[in-house]
Design a protein around this ligand. Structure first.
Ligand code: HEM
Length: 214
């Protein structure tokens, strides 16, 4: 779980960094250029297979762990006060993960399916520095022109926030990297990372809906 989790975290960093280029306010040119590079570079495309494999492994591992935990205590304690020893979100990783998965299904249908499988329609292309490429930026504008979609994405980012808040600390602990003097600093970095990455992702649909990017 920790290994695949950290791998997926590294994907999120790259994904958020490239998406954040919409904030350059250059009509999506820089963002489209990077999107084009990521979509056509052979090494990146090969890594895409690893990404989906990592995602599936993470989900399967998570499910196994969930059912093992349940089987370990078929009879509940007579007196239970889980809040005394753990946070609600660390006990709800499976539910939060399922919410993220539901978000991902919709998200991949919104973008990935259109670029990789069905292809964007003719008017969703543009020249950037003489190269004809998909205009993912205009697709984003279209997707985020509907309020319910924006709300759905923000809920997805909120689920991601809680999932990461426990996942980051937990992954470093499982790897044995969170001991002694480093424990506190790694925990705090994880908290900061969870806030920043989720807020950055959520700001994209919101900014587009409110016409704050051009
Ligand atoms: C909320 C703001 C987000 C926006 C605007 C956004 C935008 C995009 C776009 C445009 C693509 C298509 C790239 C392409 O086909 O060339 C994409 C792919 C993808 N996104 Fe997002 N994304 C967001 C959040 C997320 C989050 C939170 C996750 C994970 C929890 C995620 C996971 C993915 C995955 C797995 C892919 C497919 C990767 C691939 O193309 O290989 N995205 N996203």
């Amino acid at each position: 779980m920790a290994l695949t989790g950290l791998f997926l975290i590294s994907f999120l960093v790259v994904h958020a960094a490239i998406n954040a280029m919409i904030f350059f306010n250059d009509g999506g040119k820089t963002f489209n250029e990077w999107g084009h590079f990521m979509g056509t570079n052979l090494i990146v495309r090969t890594m895409e297979i690893g990404l989906f494999a990592g995602l599936i492994l993470h989900i399967v591992d998570g499910l196994v762990l969930f059912f093992q935990n349940r089987a370990a205590r078929p009879v509940k304690y007579a007196y239970e006060k889980p809040s005394a020893s753990s946070q609600w979100y660390s006990r709800s990783m499976a539910i939060l993960g399922t919410l993220i998965l539901l978000f991902l299904v919709i998200h991949l249908k919104d973008f990935w399916l259109k670029t990789r499988i069905t292809e964007l329609t003719g008017n969703k292309h543009m020249y950037v520095n003489g190269v004809w490429m998909e205009n993912l930026y205009s697709e984003m504008r279209l997707v985020f022109s509907e309020l319910w979609v924006v709300i759905l994405y923000v809920v997805g980012c909120f689920s991601l926030f809680w999932h990461l808040l426990h996942g980051f600390r937990s992954a470093f602990q499982s790897m044995g990297w969170s001991q002694g003097q480093y424990k506190e600093i790694i925990g705090l970095s994880g908290d900061a990372f969870s806030v920043i990455i989720s807020a950055l992702f959520a700001s994209m649909p919101i900014a587009m809906y409110l016409n704050l990017v051009h």
